[in-house]
Design a protein around this ligand. Structure first.
Ligand code: SAM
Length: 263
């Protein structure tokens, strides 16, 4: 039963006695072409280990299983978690909060695919991206504006500490825009699909590094010599002390970190 058209989905929700919950960001994807496009962009192949966050009624889960993957899913909504487990016995379903879920239960080398619950996009991504030991790639649908920030490059107004974070742990790629009309119920904004291929992080002490990055972006309109002090150290790092944080690349932040904190 494909759940990628409104009529089928509404009938299925009625059968489960479920109403879409705003508190869990339940906007379900109802366009099978978009589902196929996401799985293509994520490069999903037969026998891959896949991890899906928030499968909901399971439209994307079904498409994944048809491709012959090993699927594990975490869904907070009891009704959907139970229904998915009984519809697809080969799928391992955990009824849990992704932010509390013990990731170490997963198969190393898994690919993550999800239409994320938008209200917790950043906490989910910052939790998953440092786990290169578990995940090879993370392909997610997020709000379009967030997708732009996650993949922003230096010099752009939306480039910030989250963009630096994603570049530190991954190679980010903006995929494609998805209209709000492809969801039920329809959200107020468009979405986009982004893919992150996990890489070896360039430093061993990420916490101290990100403290420096957040400090710099705390006053994003100020020159870094005002926020960080020590213009000599900034010059030593080969960076113009009058630069603003949004102009600095990951490599330049790393050079600043080495001057200010060590490494
Ligand atoms: N994958 C489905 C689709 O594409 O139609 C549903 C996507 S919907 C945007 C987000 C899903 O995440 C919902 O099914 C919701 O119940 C689930 N969810 C929300 N918060 C969650 C959490 N903290 N942990 C796990 N799942 C969560």
């Amino acid at each position: 039963m494909p759940l990628t058209n409104v009529a089928e989905l509404r009938a299925y929700l009625a059968k489960l006695g479920a109403q879409p919950k705003k508190s869990l960001s339940q906007n379900f994807l109802i366009d099978s072409n978009i589902v196929s496009k996401i799985l293509g962009f994520a490069d999903v192949r037969e026998k891959d280990s896949l991890f899906e966050i928030g499968p909901g009624p399971g439209g994307m889960s079904e498409a994944l299983l048809e491709l012959g993957v090993q699927l594990t899913a975490v869904e907070r909504d009891r009704v959907f978690a139970k229904a998915l487990g009984s519809r697809f016995p080969t799928c391992q379903v955990f009824e849990e909060d992704i932010l509390a879920f013990d990731l170490d239960q997963l198969t190393p080398g898994s690919k993550v695919v999800a239409n994320l619950p938008y209200h917790i996009t950043a906490p989910i991504l910052t939790r998953l991206t440092p786990r290169r030991d578990l995940f090879s790639s993370i392909t997610v649908m997020v709000q379009e504006e967030v997708a732009r920030r996650l993949t922003a490059q230096p010099g752009s107004k939306i480039y910030g500490s989250l963009s630096v974070y994603m570049q530190f742990y991954t190679r980010p790629r903006y995929g494609f825009r998805v209209s709000r009309h492809c969801f039920y119920p329809e959200p107020n904004v468009d979405s986009a699909v982004v893919r992150f291929d996990l890489i070896e992080p360039p430093l061993d002490d990420p916490d101290a590094f990100f403290e420096l990055v957040r400090l710099a972006f705390g006053k994003r309109r100020k020159m870094i010599r005002k926020t960080l002090g020590s213009p000599e150290k900034i010059l030593e790092a080969g960076i113009d002390p009058t630069a603003r944080p949004e102009q600095l690349s990951l490599e330049q932040f790393i050079r600043l970190y080495k001057q200010f904190i060590g490494g």
